[in-house]
Design a protein around this ligand. Sequence first.
Ligand code: FES
Ligand SMILES: [Fe+2]
Length: 342
Amino acid sequence: MTITDIRTATKRDLAEEAMRHSWFPVARSVDLDTPQRATLLGVDLVVYRDKSGRVAVSDRRCPHRGADLSQGEVHERSIGCPYHGWEFASENGACVRVPSLADQSKIPPKAAIRNYPAVERFGQVWTVLEDPIRELYDPEEWQGVDLEWAAADPIDSPVGVAVSIENFRDVAHFPFVHKVSMGPTPEVVEPLQVQRDGLEVWMDRPLNAGTGEWAGDGNCMMRYHCGAPGFASITYHYEDLGRRVVAGFPSPISYEHVTIFWGVANEVGFKGASLEENLRLEEIVYLEDVPIVENVVPREVPWDADYQEFSVPADMFTLNYRRSFMELMNLAKGQADVAASA
Ligand code: FES
Ligand SMILES: [Fe+2]
């Protein structure tokens, strides 16, 4: 984005710019037996693990004649195109072999695909399109805790990242959207003790398990935690059982369409339900949200206030998440200003 763009940029433009500089998952680690297709903010990607074990995230289009590299074959340290077999290094995307050439020193020197950073965390492969504004999420409440992750089947949802995160961490919708999975839960929301520090928002709340699937696990404190733009989690700390986690990482295919990567984790030695059982139950909950959220208008938070919305104290957590997202937009703007004046 150039300085002229930045000066006239709407908040929506800044939100999109901020997300180009933010980490998002693009595949699950467990799926990397074969190359995976992904799209992040309109950029078509291939995600693969080469035979040496390195994970790579690269442009999906082969620069020879445009074939789809996700249909290609993985080699020791490269991916081979399915069409004419050109190979691109997992380390940097450079073309390292053109099978039709007798003399490999004749490889067109600029033939390369763009590579992006690739980090495996929480059972997912994360990448970032441009210089990251912030580090990859590393919540304080998980540091020093031995968590074992299970990555869920990703969910397709035709809304933006912020709408998806707000749904994940909204507290007033349980008695309406989740009456089947949670049973009757209180409608009145107590005053929320929300804390925010920069891009992080959190609060602690006792669990009201209702009469649903989790009733009977005993006393539990929940740590709700969001990070702008795309991290939301609940850490359940049971007095008797230990800790378990559910976390959502919506990843923008486009501004108003996400793939929700998500998963659950149990602390090693957790005495409650197994990882598989928690995954099954959390999926029931998530799938209750999908039909409601996919019809929300507009499809992303109206940052430019072009839709009217009213808020009440029960929205305090999501309002703080919006503040953290706006702070991220300001950081993106600052980064773009610096880049433009350099
Ligand atoms: S299109 Fe990829 S090698 Fe020809
Ligand atoms: Fe929900």
